[in-house]
Design a protein around this ligand. Structure first.
Ligand code: ATP
Ligand code: MG
Length: 648
């Protein structure tokens, strides 16, 4: 799309921001010219070390000798950094605000209370034989105990592997086996949108095939009835009642593993991403403070689930390392009604709000009224993550939710990257709706021509790679270093390949165009899915759109669009015609949509991302080879789309 609006940094934001435009430029240059000096300073500023590192960074991006190490020789403990060091200065400040699924239920934990809970659970785990380096699986709802469990593991050096509470017994089993967890922390049930989900029952089913699990710690969330395996299962509240509140924080090496987390599975079988301790914490704390311009005393709310990396870095580790008050939400955006997010913002006086495009698009469908009836005066900064955000949705978020006052930080990053890599900084970056804007400190993105393998200079479009490591980078795929090398370092030797495509404009701003595997090649022209979808959702009758390529005799690939109409809109041929014309007008005649299929809903991962690889299979009529569908939120959507597949 040719014309892009630019929103300058609001003066009120710049006036008290940590990072202003000039400072960003100076710091960024330094971070690239003198990474060792730069990161040594940041590591001192953001983290309390038991012992300083010997070497700031050491790496090789060569496929036959691939390694990344940060702050080698340094000793620290993450739970100590998130809790103990705050006790003198902010022990009575709220660390976690919990908002239940039911609007009547909430809870607050101060840093002192959270510290005591974490120490107790750490002692419980120890008493069950959990040692440094052992893997602990966490399968919990969004309750404070999830954060307690993560920090208790970190305190004793156990490696946590969180499995999203919405996953099935099979998905849980596969993840437990892949990382050989011998301890599981779960709850009787979870509550979402007023419905109870039997977590313990799911866990019991999964564990019939996980013979190595010898301890299951069960949090009582609802009191629903569950089965009990004597000797293996222990109640959280009973064990905690007898546990001591002091537990020394284990001295961890900077490169000791902190957690394993499986990716969302948008492109295939999930990968067990391994993150380590020192670099991850420096990067989590620094990105949290600067990308959200977090100011002391503010209430900060990230709506992600701790089952995703966003929950790890931006609900727990980043905010708590910075001494923030982090809101944790058990529920969903439309329960009891579609005003819920905005009501919670008013109730807890949230300053910074971070959510996903999928939620924004869904709430947009409900119109402005549910938003406008709330105040939202406490809001200062808005953020998004997870998928490219269509400019249309961005504008709505900015104007309706933020009343045109709050910068929107569109943060591009991945499970693999540990934290934000391309993101605006509220006090420094002029915004362009739909662009993740500029690289974070120390991050050196580049675009590679996928056909030639050569670097693209200046404005252009290609495969997005990173030229050098940053402290939050994953270190390996757990138990499968070869897959790490193959997935990220084989295709473009010497670089980390993100799997995403991007465009860089004349101002050096990055626009994520979608997964590179999803990029269409129409008559020799490369078209990103994000751009075509953004054009489609400009139409007032379109709620959501997903675009894929399909084999086309003449063009090589044709454009196949799945369209979810707005509630109450009848699909029609006239609307199809309008949409085809709209996309041609926005992008050009090359972007002529060949086939439109109406889709009441789209297949999404449990983290809310559209799974285009499945849509591609349906469009190509290759329905026998759909691939891994275990991370789909609602598998029935797929059958429905297959039944109603458009005739070609
Ligand atoms: P898998 O790697 O298993 O296929 P996944 O890539 O969906 O799953 P995540 O690590 O949760 O797993 O998601 C990272 C991806 O999400 C990025 O590579 C990118 O495609 C997309 N993404 C995240 N944030 C943004 C953003 N702000 N703009 C555009 N895309 C984004
Ligand atoms: Mg990915």
């Amino acid at each position: 799309m040719s014309e892009h609006k630019t929103y300058p940094v609001p003066e009120t934001i710049a006036a008290k921001a940590h990072i202003t435009q000039d400072l960003y430029a100076t710091m960024y240059r330094r971070s690239v010219d003198d990474p060792e000096g730069f990161w040594a300073e940041q590591a001192e500023r953001f983290v309390t070390w038991f012992k300083k590192w010997d070497k700031v960074m050491d790496y090789s991006y060569q496929a036959d000798d691939l390694y990344v190490r940060w702050f080698d020789g340094g000793k620290l403990n993450i739970a100590y950094n998130c809790l103990d060091r705050h006790l003198d200065s902010r022990g009575d400040q709220v660390a976690i605000i919990w908002e239940g699924d039911n609007p009547e239920e909430d809870r607050k934990l101060t840093y002192r209370e959270l510290h005591a809970e974490v120490c107790k659970l750490a002692n419980v785990l120890k008493s069950r034989g959990v040692n440094k380096g052992d893997r602990v699986c966490i399968y919990l709802p969004m309750i404070p105990e999830a954060a307690v469990a993560m920090l208790a593991c970190a305190r004793i050096g156990a490696v946590h592997s969180i499995v999203f509470g919405g996953f099935s017994p099979d998905s849980l089993r596969d993840r437990i086996l892949d990382s050989d967890c011998q301890t599981l922390i779960t709850s009787d049930e979870s509550v979402r949108g007023g419905r109870h989900v039997p977590l313990k029952k799911n866990a019991d089913t999964a564990l019939t095939e996980c013979p190595n699990v010898n301890t299951v710690v069960v949090v009582q969330r609802t009191g629903g009835s569950i089965e009990w395996t004597e000797g293996r299962d222990i109640w959280y509240h009973e064990a905690m009642a007898n546990a001591a509140t002091d537990c020394p924080a284990e001295e961890m090496d900077a490169e000791d593993p902190l957690f394993i987390l499986y990716t969302s599975g948008s492109t295939g079988k999930p990968k067990g991403v391994l993150h380590t301790t020192g670099g991850y914490l420096v990067f989590a704390a620094m990105t949290h403070k600067y990308a959200f311009d977090y100011q002391d005393g503010e209430v900060y709310w990230c709506t992600a689930d701790v089952g995703w990396v966003t929950g790890h870095t931006y609900i727990v580790y980043g905010p708590l390392a910075n001494g923030a008050s982090s809101l944790m939400f058990e529920g969903i955006p439309n329960y009891p009604d579609v005003s819920r997010f905005w009501q919670v913002i008013d109730k807890h006086q949230v300053s910074i709000f971070y959510t996903a495009p999928t939620a924004i698009r869904a709430l947009m469908r409900a119109g402005e009224e549910p938003v406008k009836k709330t105040s939202r005066a406490s809001l200062r900064i808005l953020g998004t993550v997870g998928e490219p955000i269509n400019p249309e949705a961005w504008e709505w978020y900015y104007k309706v939710v933020g009343d045109g006052r709050c910068p929107v930080v569109d943060t591009w990053w991945q499970t693999e990257t540990g934290g934000h890599l391309i993101t605006p900084l509220p006090g420094a970056t002029a915004l362009k709706p739909g662009s993740a804007t500029l690289p974070f400190f120390g991050v050196v993105p580049a675009l590679v021509d996928p056909a030639e393998g050569t670097l693209i200079e200046g404005p252009g479009e290609g495969a997005l790679v990173l030229m050098r490591p940053w402290p939050g980078q994953m270190r390996t795929v757990y138990g499968d270093h070869a897959r790490f090398v193959e997935t990220y370092f084989r295709q473009y030797p010497g670089y980390y390949f993100t799997g995403d495509g991007a465009r860089r404009d004349e101002d050096g701003y990055y626009w994520i165009t979608g997964r590179i595997d999803d990029v269409l090649n129409v008559s020799g022209h490369r078209l990103g899915t994000a751009e075509i979808e953004s054009a489609l959702v400009l139409h007032p009758h379109v709620a959501e759109a997903a675009v894929v390529g399909y084999p086309h005799d003449i063009k090589g690939q044709g454009i196949y669009a799945y369209i979810t109409p707005m509630a109450g809109i009848e699909p029609s041929d006239a609307l199809k015609k309008d949409l085809v014309a709209l996309v041609r007008g926005e992008i050009g005649p090359i972007a002529t949509v060949d086939i439109i299929q109406w889709a009441p809903s789209l297949p999404k991962t449990r983290s809310g991302k559209i799974m285009r690889r499945i849509l591609r299979k349906i469009a190509a009529n290759e329905i026998d080879t759909l691939g891994d569908t275990s991370t789909l939120a609602d598998p029935t959507v797929v059958n429905d789309l297959i039944d109603k597949r458009a005739n070609q």
